[in-house]
Design a binder for this molecule. Structure first.
Ligand SMILES: [Zn+2]
Length: 483
């Protein structure tokens, strides 16, 4: 996840679910302002058929793709191969699959990299686990060897002499919003003070000496991340050197990064289950297909994409025909600039101008890992979202199955994940399923070698598929004008 504005707003919203509904509720049509929800009987008919169906093996498919092709950095063979494999699977499921171009986007690729602590005479040179930040320039081939100067904030650079040094930004973790802002801006800021390179403490609250990558704004000095433990080690060595530099030599490191950058065309993934009576009205569900180039991108974000895929399978297997079209989206390039969503938004706008074009009536994206569902969050920063909120609240409160599971709480707020935020901006109502995910659990693995299928639980993955199916059925079957 890279929530908009570096996630700040995301965490001010009640993103972690909140209270669940335990009360018994009637199965008759719920009302909003005294009016019964039009189409509720169709919601119930479809959902009753879907809710009893078993898991078709969604976790095993997630494991197969991530094991077979590895991570899916945009521009990599892993992305291209995963896109093809998944497109073939979705075609075999009978969906209408397209892979439209996302032209000429900057793609960055990691090369060999190392960071070595060299200055400590009483310990052998230590190879510090390191990950270049996305879009970092490479170091010269011979590397950069320089003294490390720690700061705990970017503001401290104003009062610290870092000229010719490698800056270590060892900030205290206060949440992903602040951490991702430091990650994005550290190189650009430190270069202004004459630093040779920047190293940040990884954006994570929990670590087993594992660095976490992420996007940095492109600057003229290299940028990399190390684990919190190693950031603290370098910081302690530096502090001791201030007391007695002879007894405690200051930390000096050698940084070598060999990253490359080029422009190329990539592709989004769309798979559509055509609607029966309103096929031109599109309900989007899904997540982003790309990931960082470490780990397997199983929690970020293939798990949510696969949960949405499974929800379409449930609808197909139930043998019901929905009114509106459900479109599974595997967005390209969420991690490095959201060009896939930006390109699709151009398509949406051009369709809206055509009298017989597609109308995008609702868009759901999940991008905060996989945990037990708790409900639904509707983005209320456009008019259509404000109108949709009470309808989903009524639906969530009225369905017996959803309530028995504790998945019925619907809240309004900043629930536009990055890709669908482009649609949010042009007036499409957007939403995200809410779950019991916590920051400690999610960011422990996020953008690191630790994001493998092992962090996704089978039962939670399938529960998310069921929950997404319910919210998609509500969006499809209610006889309301969403936009
Ligand atoms: Zn993500």
């Amino acid at each position: 996840m890279l929530a908009r504005t570096f996630g700040l707003a995301f965490f001010t919203a009640s993103a972690f679910g909140g209270a669940t509904h335990a009360a018994s509720v009637p199965a008759s049509a719920p009302t909003v302002n005294g009016t019964a929800l039009a189409g509720w009987a169709d919601v119930q008919k479809a959902w009753l058929a879907v809710q009893m169906l078993p898991d078709s093996g969604v976790w095993d498919r997630l494991a197969e793709m991530t094991d077979t092709f590895g991570p899916r950095k945009i521009g990599s063979a892993g992305y291209a191969n995963s896109l093809k494999w998944l497109s073939d699977q979705l075609r075999a499921d009978g969906l209408n699959v397209t892979n439209p171009d996302v032209p000429n986007i900057p793609t960055w690729a990691r090369g060999p990299e190392s960071l070595t602590l060299k200055s400590q005479p009483n310990r052998p040179n230590y190879n510090i686990p390191v990950l270049a930040l996305g879009s970092s320039i490479p170091t010269p081939k011979s590397g950069i060897t320089a003294a490390v100067v720690p700061v705990t904030s970017l503001a401290e650079l104003n009062t610290t002499d870092v000229h010719g040094k490698i800056v270590l930004v060892n900030y205290p973790w206060t949440g992903y919003g602040a951490a991702s802002r430091i990650r994005a801006l550290a190189a650009e800021t430190a270069q202004g003070f004459g630093a040779k390179a920047v190293i940040i403490r990884s954006a994570t609250p929990v670590s087993q000496r594992t660095p976490h990558t992420g996007l940095s704004r492109r600057a003229n000095i290299p940028a990399a991340a190390i684990s919190p433990e190693d950031a603290n080690l370098l910081h302690r060595l530096y502090n001791r050197s201030l007391i007695d530099a002879h007894k405690y030599p200051a930390p000096v490191v050698s940084l070598n990064l060999a990253s490359t950058y080029r422009n190329e065309t990539t592709h989004n993934l769309f798979a559509t289950l055509e609607g029966h009576t309103k096929p031109k009205e599109i309900v989007i569900i899904g997540g982003h297909l790309d990931s960082w180039d470490v780990g397997a991108g199983a929690a970020d974000d293939a798990g949510n994409l696969f949960a949405a895929w499974e929800s379409i399978r449930l609808i197909q297997k139930a043998g019901i025909k929905l009114k509106r079209s459900i479109r599974l989206t595997g967005w390209a390039d969420e991690e490095s600039g959201s060009s896939g969503a930006a390109e699709y938004t151009k398509y949406v706008q051009s369709e809206t101008k055509k009298p017989d074009g597609e109308r995008h009536v609702f868009a759901i994206e999940a991008d905060f890992g996989i945990a037990a569902p708790t409900g639904f969050g509707v983005a209320t920063d456009n008019e259509a979202g404000v109108k949709a909120l009470p309808l989903f609240q009524a639906a969530g409160a009225a369905d017996p199955f959803i309530n028995a599971k504790g998945w019925g709480a619907v809240q309004g707020g900043d629930y536009a994940e990055v890709d669908v935020s482009f649609l949010d901006d042009i007036g499409v109502p957007v939403a995200a399923p809410t779950t019991a995910m916590t920051s400690d659990r999610y960011f422990a693995f996020h953008h690191s070698q630790g994001d493998t299928v092992d962090v996704v639980k089978r039962d939670e993955l399938f529960a998310n598929a069921q929950a997404i199916a319910f919210w998609a059925i509500v969006a499809s079957e209610l006889d309301v004008a969403w936009i």
